[in-house]
Design a protein around this ligand. Structure first.
Ligand SMILES: Cc1ncc(COP(=O)(O)O)c(C=O)c1O
Length: 379
């Protein structure tokens, strides 16, 4: 028998990645996954790419690309210095690097009651012990070493933290010597004016990592993200990146640099915002029409997700096999809930990926299914 590392003994696949395979079945309506709308992609022209992108490059990322990203970060209160940036092979890599940096078996790690499941998967792999962020804010119990937050259009709840909450998080992390790890891939998909200032911008003397991604605004297949960090952490993160994959794909960096420098950059971002806002509005209207007696939710002011809490004692996971048989895929909320004991009535629906017509069809099927399940329970 091959002898494996103890850390992989309980390792399981991501339920969302497994579901993406089901989503490929022709005709399947998928509200699962965090996929952007295919209609949001515009063609990328790589014919003009210089030959130098074929060569190995710096681990930190290509200089011109870092300069362009740093200028955008400076505008939102983060370091505008390209030397404070590390380009990532997708922001998922930032989660892996942060875990390698700060998490070992038994490390206390603050997370929200509902948290991005692929972050939970990485943190579990390194042996994290999850503690509610609320206890960090209240100063209860030993402080966590790291607090992972996704305060802007959160995956999975869609929630966007208010200013006071952002300031309180930054203050609590600094007071308790806890590294703030802010994950911010959805910030440019805002549908109305809301507070979006990074929590990391309120840190003046503590340790932090702030990361973003081009997956939701340009294309996830490019696998391109970035992080900036406090000076005590950045050099170690660069060394971990070297050990992981030497550097990020240079063609992706070049392609996105062209996009950042294009005169129509803001117009494209705006067009995507409009596309997703219309899909959010359609979804919200259809939920009100079909789910008013079945679930509670709050419409998100940005990002990709509606988070539904089914009324009554319903186990949302138990509904999934029947939903798949009828051609609809959703993500049961329990996968995002590290503190949940027992079944969960929550589910996450990605409203951004499917067209309004398909959304209506899928939501109708789901509502019918839940209603039938209720009738069966009542009988
Ligand atoms: C909160 C959050 N963080 C990180 C990621 C990973 O994104 P990527 O690696 O494509 O940049 C996602 C993707 O869905 C996400 O929702």
């Amino acid at each position: 028998m091959a002898r494996l590392a103890a850390r992989v003994a309980d390792l399981v696949g991501s339920p969302v990645r497994d579901m993406l395979k089901v989503a490929e079945v022709p005709g399947m309506i998928s509200f699962a996954g965090g996929l952007p709308a295919p209609e949001s992609f515009s063609p990328l022209d790589f014919h003009e790419a210089p030959a130098e992108v074929l060569q190995y490059g710096p681990s930190e990322g290509d200089r011109a690309f870092r300069e362009a990203v740093a200028a955008e970060l400076g505008a939102i209160g983060l370091p505008d210095d390209p030397d404070r940036l590390l380009i990532l092979s997708g922001s998922q890599q930032g989660i892996d690097l942060a875990a390698k940096l700060a998490v070992e078996p038994g490390t206390r790690l603050g997370v929200q009651d509902a948290c991005y499941l692929a972050a939970l998967q990485v943190f579990r792999l390194f042996g994290a012990e999850f503690v509610p962020l609320a206890s960090l804010l209240a100063g209860e119990g030993p402080a966590p070493s790291l607090a992972y937050i996704n305060p802007t259009f959160q995956n999975p709840t869609g929630a966007c933290a208010a200013l006071a909450e952002r300031q309180a998080l930054a203050e609590a992390c600094q007071r308790h010597d806890c590294i703030l790890f802010e994950d911010d891939p959805y910030r440019d998909l805002d549908f109305e004016p809301v507070e979006r200032r990074p929590v990391a911008s309120f840190i003046d003397k503590g340790s932090f990592i702030y990361q973003g991604s081009f997956s939701k605004t340009v294309a996830p297949g490019l696998r391109l993200g970035f992080l900036t960090a406090s000076p005590d952490l950045l050099p170690k993160l660069v060394h971990l990146k070297q050990a992981a994959d030497l550097h990020t794909n240079r063609l992706s960096q070049w392609l996105v640099l062209q996009r950042l420098q294009a005169p129509d950059r803001l117009a494209r971002v705006d067009a995507n915002r409009t596309l997703y806002r219309q899909r959010r509005d359609h979804f919200a209207a259809e939920l009100s029409r079909l789910f008013a007696d079945l679930a509670d939710w709050e419409a998100p002011s940005g990002g990709f997700f509606f988070w539904l809490r089914l009324k009554g004692e319903v186990d949302a996971s138990a509904l999934l096999p029947a939903a798949i048989r009828r051609g609809v895929l959703f993500t049961p909320g329990v996968h995002f809930e590290p503190f949940r004991i027992g079944p969960s009535p929550t589910l996450r629906l990605n409203f951004g990926y499917v067209t309004p017509e398909i959304a209506t069809r899928g939501l109708t099927i789901l509502a019918d299914l839940i209603r039938e399940d209720r009738a069966r329970q009542a009988a």
